[in-house]
Design a binder for this molecule. Structure first.
Ligand SMILES: [Fe+2]
Length: 231
């Protein structure tokens, strides 16, 4: 594939939000989300910020958002329900970079389109961290989310909440029929694939973890948001 490189830097503010919150977040898919959460809890003292239940193309997803600092989440773990599948070509579903100015988001989106990169999800706003973002498709197959204006967590007052749907508006998928077929075949192949876990670093009580999540689901106010409609 020919390199698609811009001639020069963007004429926008071009400032990333990092510092105490780190450089952004990563979203992973897993067939064993409780164990993966246990891994991050052991390794990084990751706490549950909130949950999102979503239905995409008829597949039910539950996403756990984990924080390790003031950033709403540094790791998101997505899993299909009730059967554990992995419909993603790469295990990293997306990587997020947060920009400081809305102009950075709009200018970078325009440049990506100008250079011919695909857009997985168009501009929209998330239900939980309120971040405005779009998702571009990288040549490696994972998505790159560029976001702006995500909220931060006050550790003393935050309580996990359940959201329905990942977006309050936008984030319309642009995946075509070919992409849907590739996702379905990847999901089926994943049934036969063993997911490697790091047992010595996955020592948090998995059963207690899942019970806590069920409690969140039972007690948390159901923040009704529009379920994303596929085209
Ligand atoms: Fe994200």
């Amino acid at each position: 594939m020919a390199a698609r490189v811009a001639a020069g830097p963007l004429n926008a503010a071009t400032e990333f939000v990092a510092g105490a919150g780190g450089i952004g977040h990563v979203a992973l898919t897993s067939k064993n989300p409780a164990k993966l959460r246990s891994y991050y809890a052991t390794l990084l003292d990751a706490r549950l910020t909130d949950l999102i239940d979503e239905s995409i193309q008829g597949v039910k997803l539950r996403i756990r958002f984990l924080r390790v600092n003031e950033r709403h989440h540094s790791v998101a773990v997505a899993a299909t329900r009730p059967l554990g599948l992995d419909p993603i070509r790469t295990r990293v579903q997306h990587v997020n970079s947060q920009v400081a100015h809305l102009e950075d988001l709009t200018a970078s989106r325009a440049r990506l389109l100008q250079l011919g990169f695909g857009m997985a999800l168009e501009v929209g706003q998330h239900t939980n961290d309120r971040e405005l973002s779009y998702y571009a498709i990288t040549p490696s197959g994972f998505e790159w989310e560029v976001g702006w204006n995500a909220l931060t967590v006050d550790e003393d007052s935050w309580a996990p909440t359940l959201h329905h749907g990942i977006s309050t508006w936008g984030h319309h998928p642009t995946i075509g029929l070919g992409g849907k077929v590739r996702q379905a075949s990847s999901a089926l192949r994943s049934l036969a694939r063993r997911e490697i876990t790091v047992e010595p670093l996955s020592t948090s009580d998995v059963a207690a973890d899942e019970a806590a999540i069920d409690k969140v689901h039972a007690l948390a106010p159901r923040l009704e948001c529009r379920q994303r409609k596929d085209p």
